[in-house]
Write a protein that binds this ligand. Structure first.
Ligand code: PAZ
Length: 325
C-alpha cells in the first residue's frame, strides 16, 4: 500500500509537510469534548491499580480513513478495512488488564459485538406484543455476553471509544491521544491497526461543492500523507511501546517492507499481514526475531488476535522491565 517506504524524505521536508497538514486540516468539531474525555480517562488510569502499579493503557486504531474529494463531501476514497482486527484486539487487551482508547472508523466492527448478527437490532429482537420486545432465544447468549462484557469495560473505566471518518480527523485525534498519553511513559502502548490513506487531497486545494461530471474526465492530484509514525515515536510519545501494521497483497515483499518500517519508524514491533490470509496468520517482526502467529483452529470461534495479543503483552512486559532493550 505504501509506495514511499524505500525513499528517504529529508527531515526538514517531513516536518514542513506535517506542519502544513495540521495547519490546513479542518479543525475537529468536538476537539474540546475529546480533550476532556482523554484527560479524565488517562487521569483515572494513571492512578495505582490493584497491584500497586499504574494500569497499562493502549491506543488501538481500527478501520480505514476516508479521503474526501469535496469540502461539502459527496464523494470520497475509502479502503477495505472492516475494523475486525482492532475490535477483537481491544477485547483481548481488556482481558489482559489494559485500559483501551479505541480510535475507530465510524460504522466499523465494535468490541464485544463480534458474535452478534450483522444487524443486531433487526435480527436479534422480536416484538412480543404492543409494549414489549425480547431477544430471540437463538441469540440470547451472545447478546447477554456482549452487553455484560461491554458494560463492565465501560463501568470500570477501561474503554474509551473515539470515532473518526476522514484522514484529517484520524491524524488530529491520534496526535491528541499520543500527547495526552506521553505522561504515562513506558506503560503506554500504540497498536496501530487502522488502514490509513497514503494519499489525500489537501483541504486548501479541495473543491468546495460537488464535482460536476459535465466538465468531462476528472483530473485530480493527490499528495502524499506525511508519515507520522516517526514523529509519534520521537516527539508525541517517546517512551510508549509502538506497534504498527504492514499490509501487502504480494507476499514476496511483505517481510522486507515490514523490516523497513521497523527500522525507518523505530517501531518496537511491526505486524506483517497479507490481505487474504490476515485472519489466519500474521508475522510479528522485531529487531531480534520474526514470529509467525496463527489462529488456533482447534478452538471454535478463536481468532488470530487471541495469540497475537498474548505475545504482545509478553513483549510489553519485557519492555517495561528494560525499556532500553
Ligand atoms: O480491519 P480488518 O480486520 O479488516 O483488517 C486489518 C488490517 C489489514 C487493516 C490491519 O491488520 C493492517 O494491516 N493495518 C495496516 C494497513 C496498512 O498497511 O496500511
Amino acid at each position: 500500500m505504501d509506495v514511499t517506504d524505500g525513499l528517504e524524505v529529508p527531515q526538514e521536508t517531513l516536518d514542513a509537510e506535517i506542519k502544513s497538514f495540521f495547519e490546513s486540516a479542518p479543525p475537529l468539531k468536538n476537539g474540546d469534548d475529546i480533550s476532556e474525555k482523554l484527560e479524565e480517562f488517562i487521569g483515572r488510569n494513571s492512578l495505582p491499580s490493584g497491584n500497586g502499579s499504574a494500569r497499562r493503557v493502549v491506543c488501538v486504531t481500527s478501520g480505514g480513513t476516508t479521503v474526501p474529494l469535496e469540502r461539502r463531501c459527496v464523494r470520497y476514497i475509502d479502503n477495505f478495512s472492516s475494523g475486525h482486527r482492532g475490535a477483537a484486539s481491544t477485547e483481548y487487551f481488556i482481558e489482559a488488564g489494559y485500559a483501551v482508547i479505541f480510535l475507530y472508523r465510524r460504522g466499523t466492527c465494535q468490541p464485544h459485538c463480534r458474535s452478534l448478527p450483522e444487524d443486531p437490532l433487526l435480527e436479534c429482537f422480536e416484538v412480543t406484543d404492543e409494549r414489549n420486545i425480547r431477544v430471540r432465544q437463538s441469540d440470547s447468549e451472545a447478546v447477554k455476553r456482549a452487553i455484560t462484557e461491554h458494560h463492565a469495560a465501560v463501568a470500570e473505566g477501561l474503554l474509551l471509544k473515539l470515532p473518526f471518518t476522514t484522514i484529517f480527523e484520524y491524524l488530529q485525534m491520534l496526535q491528541m491521544i499520543a500527547i495526552s498519553m506521553r505522561s504515562l511513559g513506558a506503560p503506554a502502548m500504540f497498536y496501530l491497526a487502522a488502514a490509513v490513506s497514503d494519499f489525500y487531497v489537501p483541504w486548501t486545494s479541495m473543491a468546495e461543492h460537488k464535482i460536476q461530471s459535465a466538465s468531462g474526465p476528472l483530473d485530480m492530484r493527490l499528495v502524499q500523507v506525511p508519515k507520522m509514525l516517526l514523529v509519534l515515536r520521537k516527539d508525541w510519545a517517546p517512551m510508549a511501546f509502538c506497534i504498527s501494521f504492514k499490509l501487502e497483497t504480494d507476499t514476496k515483499i511483505l517481510l522486507e517492507k515490514a523490516d523497513m518500517a521497523l527500522k525507518k519508524y523505530k517501531m518496537h514491533m511491526v505486524v506483517a499481514n497479507e490481505l487474504l490470509s490476515r485472519k489466519e496468520e500474521v508475522v510479528v517482526v522485531t529487531t531480534n526475531d520474526k514470529v509467525s502467529v496463527h489462529r488456533d483452529k482447534t478452538q471454535v470461534g478463536n481468532d488470530v488476535e487471541n495469540s497475537l495479543i498474548r505475545l504482545i503483552v509478553e513483549r510489553h512486559s519485557a519492555y517495561l522491565e528494560n525499556p532500553n532493550l
